[in-house]
Design a protein around this ligand. Sequence first.
Ligand code: GDP
Ligand code: MG
Length: 919
Amino acid sequence: MAEVTVKQLAGVVGIPVEKLLKQMQAAGLEHATEDQAVSDTEKQQLLAHLKKEHGQGSGDKKITLKRKSVSKLKVSGSQGRSKTVNVEVRKKRTYVKRSAVDEEQKPQEEVVEEGTLAAEESAAPEVDAATEAAVEDAVVEEAVPVEREQEVAESSKEQPEPTEQKAALEEVASTAVTTSSVDAASTTATSGSKRSRRAEAASISSTAKVDGKKLVAEKASKIEQGSKKKEADAGLQSTKARKEAEEKARQETLENAQRVAEELAKRGNKSEKPVVEQDDEDVLVKQAFEESIALEEKRTKRKKDKRIKAKILAKKSAQQHGFTQPTQPIVREVQLSDQIIVADLANQMSVKGAEVVKELMKMGVMVTVNQWIDQETAILACEEMGHKYVIRSESELEDKLVSSINDMAEQSGGAEQTRAPVVTIMGHVDHGKTSLLDYIRRSKVASVEAGGITQHIGAYHVETDKGMITFLDTPGHAAFTAMRARGAKATDIVVLVVAADDGMMPQTEEAVDHARAAGVPIVVAVNKIDKEEADPDRVLNELATKKELIPEEWGGDVQFINVSAHTGEGVDDLLDACSLQAEILELKAPASGPAKGVVVEARLDRGRGVVATLLVQAGELKQGDMILAGPYYGRVRAMVDENSSPIDKAGPSIPVEILGLAGTPEAGDQFLVVPDERKAKEVAEFRTVKQREQKLARQQKAKLENIFDNIASEEKATVNIVLKTDVRGSLEALQGALADLGNDEVSVCVVGAGIGGINESDANLALTTGAVVIGFNVRADSTARKILQEENIEIRYYSVIYDIIEDMKAALTGLLEPELREEILGVAEVRDVFRSSKFGAVAGCMVVEGSLFRNKKIRVLRDEVVVFEGELESLRRFKDDVAEVRQGTECGVAVRGYKDVKEGDKIEAFDVKEIARTL
Ligand code: GDP
Ligand code: MG
């Protein structure tokens, strides 16, 4: 072969000159420019180098290709976001040199002297280009299913990949730059099963030919063998399933190829195909390259197709698994308890907090997302927004526990027995409640009290001739109400203490109301009858007329007992009256089984921890019982009666003091004996959470403006106050002055009054009644301050009585509705009526008094009787619109909506003014 330049060689081979130069340099040739000549020996050297490089020269029978591809995969994640995942695929493929196998079997087949791999192609030189191309097409057609199979089995790295095959093709093709095309083609053939299939197909096609028919058949069978062997190789590492898939694909390919081949054979019979010159190396090389380029093109095309396919697939999968727009509004079920925070409500409806706030605003409820709303408001908002709601029982857990304990109590079979009545003493401050109880207990509780005000709820039981009676001493009805509010019905009978020298007082009235509301019978104790100024008949009269408490002597059912807490006169009668009342009530409770009852009071004792006064209502409380009281639980470590003597069990209606609770429950909290600690803890925790919620809700309510809001909604607005003063004189003076304030619309209500510092019970009273605390020359102690602060209760300190009166006046004035007063601004007489196309009837008037105003309201009077009230449509002087027309001037007036103005009518302009009222 003649010498060629580097450029020519590159042209023949079909690769860039630079690449060829690089390869030549690597082979140890000194070519640097494209114009340098390449001799045959140099070509051989290059070939040898390339062969070596690709593992041929050294006689390697295998090419191992390793490939690592890193790609990024976009997957659509939750909430429509997509994330990118790095995917690294490692592939390893070992190709066995086809020729090596052949060599062993049929060395005589070697046609080309150096072409160790040339056997196949050389044996079929007659295979014409058309056939080849057609077969190629068939193969390509087949490639798609094969590819799919491979995708399925992609996890297996050993799986022959078409792309890999193609890579191998390229590799081998470049090897073939300087070697014979036959070599390259044959390598290509061995490089993949597809190739072998192609050769196979070629062999089939060539059987139709006259020339080289037998040879080709032999070749084909060999290729088949080689291919089989290779497949077996792969099969060693691959799964059986994949093999089957492969087999199927191969079968299909075979069939296809056969079909094509048959067709080609028909064609081949008709036309003479040009025979490839075997020694024309350059042409062959070129052919090989053309082939590889065509393949490369197809590869990229397929890659592109694949990419598009992947995209479509990704899209499809995104549609399938991603977020789908709901076709109809989702109705959610909202769990509603007594109160709910707006944000929480929004959360449950899966909407933004602001939306709920907006909805509430539309309903006239102005709240922020962090505020509590009550159940009814929440229900409205919920319905408005198209969601369902369920009223969640806050106490589901508790109810379960309680009912299980009740069951237990029933099983343990405590038979109902008559129990002692629990009596609460109520009445106006200083009417002698504590003194009376004190007398009954024959101890001196009142004398040790600071400031003479009862500070704690005490509970005592006394044995009388007619049986036992349990007394609860409360600092007023507020505590009674508070206890009732917590669900405790501790009291069976109310003893209403009324001082005979003082008569019925506001708190006496309220005590009656509270007792009535609770459905508790009242026994009236008319106290201080030892006093000279005592007038028990006045008390009788007042209570009978104002509160409808009719004495038995008058035919009613209320027992009135005259007593004196100082002399003890009538006290026995009072106890008898209570016993009698109890008999009527037929009070019963089981005397054994697990105990339950109510917390009367609880305090933190520095030395002993939590000291709680409990009133057992049913069952028997024993030392060592695990009890749950309000949000706290604990084991009863010690138990004493009201005289501080230790006892180990307490039955119904017995008040006891116990140690062992973890915290101080509130008066009125119910307690019960729980069999196991775990349950007690569970419920205690639940109650703690609930309590916190309720407290937050209460804080909202207690704000002063809210107090006024709440008050304003009632018929008669009142400002509730808790009043504490330094001396009795100022207290009486203030109470009198405050009672005189107000009228039938507004008034000040002193819900609590007393002498001494503002203490915890005052604060609690203010809390339960929504009152403002007023301290006259007294201050709140630390516990009271804490409560006042926590609950946002307003407290004011004064040292001048007049200031209190003024401030209360102002507060009441604020509650008064402003007065609307009408003012007549002017009168005009209608002198003439004419028609206007624009306004209809226009009255020509003369202003006889004051002025007419364009924008003020008017009335039409006929014979001094109002016939119409409305507004002016226009007010003109001559042709000009004016805002005001004064007395003595003429004007044209059109009344909006009234066309019936007559001569002689009067038009009156008036204004309505809001006048703030004062007391
Ligand atoms: P409470 O605020 O209702 O508990 O009233 P107290 O028991 O603290 O009594 C108030 C004041 O009335 C005390 O100074 C008692 O001494 C006095 N007091 C109570 N009962 C009687 C009574 O029967 N006769 C007289 N003379 N004074 C009494
Ligand atoms: Mg008292």
